[in-house]
Structure formats: C-alpha cells, structure tokens
Design a protein around this ligand. Structure first.
Ligand code: AMP
Length: 364
C-alpha cells in the first residue's frame, strides 16, 4: 500500500516510524528544506497546491493524509476527485477556521465558551466589555502554539487587533479551567472509533509543555467520547481526530479546538499504548479496523522547546526515550520531546519534575 502525506514534519516522521515493519510505502511532500520526515523517506520538495505534484501523488498513492492542518483545502479537494483523502477536505477546512470549528461544536451540542466574530476594531471595542471573565482575541486562521492570539486583559484593543492580523478574528470568553484535557480517537471507514484515555495537558505560554495519561475519570471519558462521535459522524471523518477541552470547576468539558490529525498530546502512545496514535491513524486511513487500544501503565511526554538539553544531564533510563526532530534551535520552536512510562504515577510525576529542570524552555 502507498500512503501520501502532505507535510513532512515530526508528525509525518512518527507516522512513518510507526509503520516501519509494515508493508507500507510513504510518499511525503513538504515545501521546506530537510523536513524531519526526510530521515525515513526522501521528501518531495513542493508547494502543497502544485498541480503537477498533486497529479503524480494521486496516481502513485492509495490514500493521502496530512501532518499539518493548514494544507490548502483546494489541494485536498483536487485529490479527492481522484483518490481517497483522509481526513476529508471539508473536515480540514472546518478545523482551519476557529469560527467554523466553534460553530460546529455548537451545532453538535458540545459546550464551548462564549465567542463572537470580529472583523474590525469598532466591533472589538463594542464587544470587549461584555466578556465579564476576561477575553482572548484570536486569529480565525493559522493559529497554533499560542500564536496569533492575545489576552485582552494585558493588551489594549488596538494593539491586540493589529497583533492578531487586523481582521478575521474571534473573541472568546476566558475559561477559568481546572485542567486541560484532550481526547484522541481513531475512526474507521465503518464509523467505529477506538479511543485512548483522556490526556492531561499543561501549557506554557500557549505551547504544550507536558502531557500525562491516563486521566482516569469514567464519566468524563464517556462524555468526551460522545462529543468525539458526534463530531466525526457529522464530518464523515476517517482517521485520528483530537479534541482539546477545558475542564471547568463544575466538571464540564468545554471544547477549545480540534485537530484533524495525530497530535502532540498523543506522542506518549508510542511507548504507553498497545498501538500508537500514529499507527492507528495510518491503519484507519488505509481502511483497516482497529479493535481496541490497551493502556496498562502511566505515560508522559515533555516537549523540548527552543533549545535541546544536555543528554548527559538528563541521564535517561531505559523507560525514557528522547526524540530529536533535527530542527535548528529557535525560540518557542518544538525541537523534540521525551516520553516516559511507569506503572507508578507518583514516581512518574517526580521524574517529570526532575527532567523539566534540565530542559531549558525559553518561551516568550
Ligand atoms: P489554543 O491555540 O486555542 O489551543 O490556545 C492555546 C492555549 O491558550 C490553550 O491551551 C489554553 O491554555 C489557553 N487558552 C486559549 N483559549 C482560552 C480560553 N478561551 N480561556 C482560557 N485559556 C485559553
């Protein structure tokens, strides 16, 4: 089988790694020089909307997927005329726009924080004071890792408006959350979904810092799975979809956003689950069925951001694994991660604390 991947970042790299022993060939396209997936396959250097490349890809592959949700949906639509594309262009288009995404959550009856569309400064000035718990201004498009968003409690409206791109924005009520959780599920072509346990996530300045699984809470797990099923059946979705939630003080899950792909909060599944999110994604987009996922230990992931740590200081054990994406160091850039597993949650938490001290996360 041949799988095309648009985007050759670390997610594509791990998708390929996860299927190294399977009879699957990958063709990866990325516009940048030396993307992380280059270690496993020689990536095709091309813009995602290059028609020649898309024609070649469609004749060579059985299915095309993505490692990056900002692939132009027109490219996915073009491919859809010829071959299977998962996730489909409509789902990707929805996830690219925070407004469409939140509207869909609402339509499916999934709780969201109050939000409004903002297209000019006057609208922002008029609405800002109506958000009693404070508000966050976000660009509708191309927002990730806390980029293109501003806390309106710490910046005046005009600067915030310009910093977020000067239009096509949304303003959101700030959620006073207890925790941030994510749910990863892989849906197959028959509409059956396998779920991973909820993951607890900690962010630093908008960037994911650590993930810890499982977050054991049967009631919340059931609720989150129900929301996931509502979304994926509405979007006719195949593959891995991840929903990020806030858990509020009343035990409500409030959907923040979703990712139509494998996710940073699921990296621990390589070492911590019977089948990783990467393999689950590839299997489901290829039309295979996954019957269940077993998680019988605690697992965590620490992101390495801005600067690679000194390996000698980390002194990693055999239960700890470091991934280096081979990227140049840059402030706020995800360069790699460490996964660790342990039967004992307390010991795992203590180890996270120790390791974090040696990982210089200069984020601004
Ligand atoms: P996002 O890009 O929407 O995932 O936001 C990045 C991070 O900013 C989230 O993981 C939260 O920690 C924080 N954040 C975003 N939106 C809100 C909100 N409405 N209320 C409180 N915190 C938020």
């Amino acid at each position: 089988m041949k799988v095309g991947i648009l985007g050759g970042g670390q997610l594509a790299m791990m998708m390929i790694q996860s299927c190294i022993d399977d009879d699957i060939e990958f063709i990866v396209v990325d516009p940048s020089e030396n993307p992380p997936a280059d270690r496993y396959v020689s990536c095709i250097k091309s813009e995602f909307d290059n028609v020649d490349m898309l024609n070649k890809l469609s004749s060579a592959c059985d299915v095309v997927t993505i490692d990056f949700e900002n692939v132009p949906s027109s490219a996915l639509k073009f491919l859809e005329e010829k071959i299977d594309v998962h996730p489909n262009s409509k789902a990707v288009e929805t996830c690219q726009d925070r407004l469409k995404e939140k509207n869909l959550f609402k339509e499916c009856g999934i709780p969201v924080t109050r939000y409004e569309k903002i297209d000019n400064l006057d609208e922002l000035e008029a609405l800002k004071s109506s958000f009693s718990s404070g508000s966050i201004l976000k660009s509708r498009f191309f927002g990730y890792d806390g980029k293109n968003q501003v806390d309106l409690d710490v910046m005046d409206s005009e600067t915030a408006f310009q910093n977020c791109g000067g239009g096509k924005l949304i303003i959101e009520e700030k959620v006073k959350f207890v925790k941030e959780l994510s749910l990863i599920g892989a849906r197959d072509k028959h509409g059956e979904t396998v779920f991973y346990p909820l993951v607890e996530n900690n962010h630093m300045n908008g960037i994911l810092h650590t993930s810890l699984a499982p977050y054991n809470n049967g009631e919340l797990q059931k609720k989150a799975q129900n929301y996931h099923r509502l979304l994926t059946s509405k979007m006719n979705y195949i593959g891995v979809l991840v929903i990020e939630f806030f858990l509020d003080h009343q035990n409500n899950l409030i959907a923040n956003e979703m990712a139509p792909r494998v996710h940073n909060s699921g990296h621990w599944t390589i070492e911590g689950a019977s089948i990783s999110q990467f393999k689950a994604h590839i299997k489901t987009v290829l039309g295979e069925k996954i019957t269940n996922v077993k998680v019988d230990k605690h697992a965590a992931m620490i992101n390495i951001i801005s600067k690679m740590p000194d390996l000698k200081l980390l002194n990693l054990s055999s239960l700890e694994k470091i991934y280096d994406y081979g990227k140049t160091e840059r402030n706020s850039r995800k360069l790699g991660h460490i996964t660790l597993v342990d039967k004992n949650r307390k010991r795992l938490l203590a180890r996270i604390e120790t390791l974090t001290k040696f990982i210089n996360q200069k984020v601004c």
